[in-house]
Design a protein around this ligand. Structure first.
Ligand code: T4K
Length: 391
């Protein structure tokens, strides 16, 4: 609950007033489903004395997720980054792989960690997703694949990327970390490309504490990934594949099974928050809210605003003002992966090909949403923005 009324700049915490919120408002406050149902599942796990290694809870979780998304296989993993690494390896990517720089750095690291060069392609500034024409420009004889990212839960231009991949003999997979339940042309994300990778991190609309999965309709690929996430074991004492430890544990699957029941409620709540932000921020000059296509399903987990150069306050002044009020807004994914270590040293001139990425990176602010956000708090965040920008 806000602690004060903000009428003028003198009421702002950056000008010495007390903060608007006693407790911080987070962009990634976890959505936690029915506590009793979760604890019952945990008791079952403890009674079973089966804590990990493809236990019954993980198997049920995989079946439920596959059915929910309408795909043949869900291979659950310990987190989204390991799921990306395993998918990349199972697909046999090598050399160079084209990705956006405008993504969480894990997309790039999952390649680099395995000796593969991430090559950054620019985005469409309207959607923040890969621009297919920019992808074409970055293809070289060393390119073996493309990883599209469904940023903010909005599907990447899947058909165009698939056409490029088919034409140039490249593999295509998707980082769907933000896109649990999202649709593309009415079809649920999970079935596109060779495979799609989900994150169930605590901060996502649907969480398993930590967790991730690769979903695919490809039987062979799913089988290879199942082996790879468990050291390559096929039964006791029989290792038939190189592998690592990417397993999801039972208690995470219990959290996922519990949260699956309330995900629709979370999404409805996020949609409401997003609509309130949209309405209240229309009168704030120099700020626009990224909108999502109403014909497609999207968790609306991310409330993304862009601060125009015409705005009376800079993006960083806005972030500082919000943080002083205990509103922990974020600059995801500033400054872009290409300006983070090790990529900024490896490719010091990458920015020359990434003008949209660089422009968007200077404009974006992510605002708090999720089940913990009340309308009164949203209204106060919008009022702070109105006063800071002199609207
Ligand atoms: N690809 C993409 C496109 C991704 O966005 C991500 C992850 C991945 C791949 C990799 O998936 P994972 O390996 O993570 O499964 C957070 C998350 O850690 C990360 O999962 C997520 N993307 C990224 C967008 O956001 P940080 O560094 O911003 O997290 P942190 O600790 O600053 O938390 C964010 C906010 O949430 C803070 O205000 C605190 C609050 N919070 C956080 C946690 C963990 C809570 O209130 N409770 C909590 O339990 O990366």
């Amino acid at each position: 609950m806000p602690t004060k009324v903000i009428r003028s700049k003198a009421d702002l915490a950056i000008n010495g007033a007390p903060p608007a919120f006693d407790q911080p408002l987070h962009v990634g406050r976890p959505n936690i489903g029915n506590r009793e149902a979760f604890l019952q599942r945990v008791n079952k796990i403890l009674d079973n004395q089966w804590l990990t290694n493809n236990g019954p809870m993980v198997q049920e979780f995989e079946q439920r997720i596959a059915a929910h998304l309408g795909v043949k296989h869900c291979v659950a993993m310990c987190n989204g980054t390991i799921a990306l690494e395993i998918a990349i390896r199972a697909l046999g990517l090598e050399g160079e792989v084209i990705i956006p720089s405008w993504t969480f750095v894990a997309t790039a690291h999952a390649l680099y960690w395995q000796g593969i060069t991430p090559v950054f392609a620019d985005i469409d500034p309207a959607t923040h997703n890969l621009d297919p024409a920019a992808v074409r420009r970055m293809i070289t004889p060393r390119t073996t694949g493309i990883i599209g990212v469904h940023l903010w839960g909005r599907a990447a231009p899947i058909d165009e990327l698939q056409a490029i991949a088919d034409e140039r003999g490249l593999k295509l997979m998707f980082d769907a970390a933000h896109a649990f339940g999202s649709t593309y042309k009415g079809q649920t994300i999970g079935r596109f490309g060779a495979c799609e990778v989900l994150s169930f991190h605590a901060t996502k609309s649907f969480n398993t504490f930590e967790g991730g999965a690769v979903v695919t309709n490809d039987d062979e690929l799913a089988e290879a990934m199942r082996l790879m996430r468990n050291f390559g074991f096929s039964g006791y004492d029989n290792v038939i594949h190189p592998g690592t430890n990417g397993k999801m544990i039972e208690v995470c699957a219990a959290m996922g099974l519990t949260n699956l029941s309330s995900h629709a409620k979370v999404v409805n709540n996020n949609m409401h928050n997003h609509a309130v932000y949209m309405e209240m921020l229309t009168s704030v000059s120099g700020i626009s809210v990224l909108n999502y296509d109403s014909a497609e399903y999207n968790s609306h987990q991310y409330v993304v605003i862009e601060v125009d150069t015409s705005c009376a306050a800079t993006r960083d002044q806005i972030i500082a003002a919000l943080q002083a009020e205990n509103v922990l807004a974020r600059k995801y994914f500033w400054p872009g992966a290409h300006r983070m270590t090790p990529y900024r040293d490896l490719f010091p001139h990458a920015g020359l090909m990434l003008s949209n990425t660089e422009r968007v990176a200077e404009r974006v602010v992510i605002l708090p949403s999720g089940m913990a956000m009340q309308d009164e708090a949203t209204a106060t965040v919008c009022q702070i923005l109105r006063i800071v920008t002199g609207s």
